[in-house]
Write a new protein. Structure first.
Length: 313
């Protein structure tokens, strides 16, 4: 998988010119993209979520679109709508923001549930249906949604069905002192994103995705993944565990991480590396667990520590 590893290194190096000290997050986002999955970033304002999405799209040579979610945003603002042309008397379709490659849905929890649900078909099927007609989206359609975990006034929490559509939930977090100093140095004259260029050739993305599908996943790894996911369903502190979609995402992203690391087979460590990001946001804790101040991350980490991994993948 040297081709995928070289490709990943180019993208990581390029995005890192803009995003300082977050190589692991970039790597996981790339794994989601190569798995044709979608990403939710749950973090406070000002940590670089928008810059990450923009630099990621530029590095891959893809079109970038952004929608700022507000309560008055309508489903047609996202999907598009038919407009009557008075000259011809015919309706023409005006495309919405979905018709791009990389779409940043900023503060998705500020949109109404009706608007949030407009993303479901697009994320699952890469198509939208309007007035009985179906329109195909980009083959590389990739949603990066964000939400602020500390400001809930005027928000509409994502329902479980919507959360389950996101393969991973990531967090950037604050920079360390040295990293923040480095960031300030880079911004002294101009923003690095202004000079960022694509590092991929046309057609290369589809080839990388196909190569990831060739990564071998041993039966012992599949068994390990299923055991982890089933433990989330039987854990005494969990009211609702991860769905089979969580199992699928965990296998697919483990496979992508293996390819990014230059291997054509999956190791248990690949699953461990991404399990927290894949599973935690899919869980619903029991009220008594929340009263004990347990978190979803605590539960997944507990399961990973206690579930025996296969010796060889």
């Amino acid at each position: 998988m040297k081709q995928v590893a070289d490709f990943a290194e180019r993208v990581l190096t390029n995005v890192s010119r803009v995003i300082v000290g977050k190589d692991e997050v970039i790597r996981k986002m790339l794994a989601a993209f190569l798995s044709s999955a979608h990403v939710l970033i749950n973090d406070v304002p000002g940590v670089g979520k928008t810059m990450l999405a923009r630099s990621f799209a530029i590095s891959l040579g893809l079109n970038f679109g952004r929608v700022q979610c507000t309560p008055d945003l309508t489903p047609s603002d996202i999907t598009g709508f038919n407009v009557l042309d008075p000259r011809t008397g015919q309706f023409s379709f005006k495309k919405g923001v979905l018709f791009t490659d990389v779409l940043l849905v900023d503060e998705i929890n500020r949109a109404t549930p009706r608007t949030q649900s407009a993303l479901l078909q697009a994320m699952a099927e890469k198509q939208v249906s309007i007035d009985g007609l179906t329109y195909q989206l980009s083959e590389h359609f990739f949603v990066i949604a964000t939400q602020n975990p500390v400001e809930f006034e005027g928000t509409f929490p994502l329902p479980e069905a919507q959360l389950d559509r996101f393969a991973v939930c990531l967090s950037l977090g604050y920079l360390g002192k040295d990293q923040e100093i480095e960031l300030l140095r880079r911004l002294e004259r101009s923003h690095p994103i202004e000079s960022l260029e694509p590092v991929c050739q046309p057609g290369e993305l589809a080839r990388m995705k196909e190569l990831v599908k060739d990564v071998y996943v041993d039966e012992s790894i599949v068994d390990y993944v299923v055991r982890i996911v089933m433990r989330t369903r039987s854990h005494p502190d969990v009211a609702l565990g991860a769905s089979p979609r969580g199992s699928i995402a965990l296998v697919h992203l483990s496979r992508a991480l293996a390819a990014i690391n230059g291997r054509n087979f999956v190791l248990p460590d690949d699953a461990k590396q991404i399990a927290l990001d894949v599973l935690a946001h899919r869980l619903i804790l029991k009220p008594e667990a929340r009263l004990m101040r347990k978190t979803k991350q605590d539960i997944v980490e507990e399961i990973l520590k206690s579930e025996e991994a296969p010796i060889r993948g």
